[in-house]
Design a protein around this ligand. Sequence first.
Ligand SMILES: *Cc1c(COP(=O)(O)O)cnc(C)c1O
Length: 477
Amino acid sequence: MKLLFEISKDGHGCDLLPALDVPEVVLPAKDRRTLPLPLPQLSEIELSRHYTCLMKRTFGVNSGFYPLGSCTMKYNPRINEDMASLPGFREIHPLQPEHTVQGCMEVFSETEKALCEITGMDAVTFQPAAGAHGEFVGVLMIKDYHESRGDTKRTKIIIPDAAHGTNPASATMAGFTVVNLPSDAEGCVDVEKLREFAGDDTAGLMLTNPNTLGLFDKNILEITKIIHDAGGVNYYDGANLNAVMGIVRPGDMGFDVVHLNIHKTFSTPHGGGGPGSGPVGCKAFLCDFLPVYQVVEREGGYGFSSPAKTIGSVKAFYGHFLVVVKALTYIKTLGAEGIRNAAVHAVLNANYMQKKLSEYYDPACEGLCMHEFVLTLRRLREKTGVSALDVAKALLDDGVHPPTMYFPLIVQEALMVEPTETETKETIDEAVEIFKNIYEMIQANPQQLHEMPLTTPIRRPDEVAAARNPRLKFTES
Ligand SMILES: *Cc1c(COP(=O)(O)O)cnc(C)c1O
């Protein structure tokens, strides 16, 4: 496929700029370009075809089943986009006077109230741009909290070995030492080990529950109490709240700081379709440390205030406002009952699919799962030489996006599957049939699996080379 610059031909382009409606300003010569801007020249239909072609060569949640574990690739209702396109939301400027954007501030305030209710927190910031950014903010708040009390020996954050990779990364970036907490035989927190590790150098614990194995840790109250008793703060990675929203609240589990991934749980575009939003909620004793720009209700309307001991600004202005509009639309559309129902169906769909697939592939854990489950293809690989990667690649030929591969790290040959609540039973049955056919192909002729996919534009890219030597700049070939 050719790039826009390669299709470009002088004279094909056109520019239809609206008439100038502000006074013209002529820039000083030193600020002016000396060469014309080398923009590609294309007609509208050439441009349109280019993007349609690109669209067909990629895979999104609107193309087919997308069970990418830990990513919650649910369908994003179109009404969210309609609301975010309203001129009153879309055509504002961040430096506009507060009295002209009261409605937008109400959106922040309403969404904050809803997320406080869902998480059991007392306040929420919308500045962080994504989940990992939210973690970084939450961990900085924990750091400043301890320092503000003169408690400077707390240099360690305890993180289970099943955690999402962003957790240790965020804690390390904030200057903490990460203590790696092993999981027990069932895949949950080893409580005795935690008791051993927790002490007066513990700044806090970072935990996701249900964890990345899709298991809800039944000892959660004991776990958070151990950290509190040691003087630490409990951080909840709520990137995937899909299994528990409307059912249990991190605040009631003993957590003090939470981030949510609006672009997962609250149905806004994700990955290449971003931008995302990773709001952080906290209990009252941490509110003073929140980033700048908290929306507060004042007499006659809303205003922005900066918390007393704020960690500062972590993003330009107020975060990704239109993403918040979409999340509020989703929350209001579903209502309390619908939010709870979404969680119930996410868990039902995952258990249904796990049960069906376990006829062919080994689940990593026994028993019921939450919103996602992990398969281990270790035995299959030993017997047939076919790896989790091979199976993932084979799915592509059947129009299914592969599950997450080789994560969590504690499971060998892992495939992590999250169907989400927006898929029908029929779609899940079809996907199970595809997994089953692949299993039968492996039994008949395992060699052919190493050749797949056969139908995609690119078959097996060299992922290491792509990551280490990316070609980011267009060069005329
Ligand atoms: C997705 C995810 C994150 C990171 O979120 P980003 O928005 O990708 O930065 C963190 N923790 C868990 C459990 C996740 O699934």
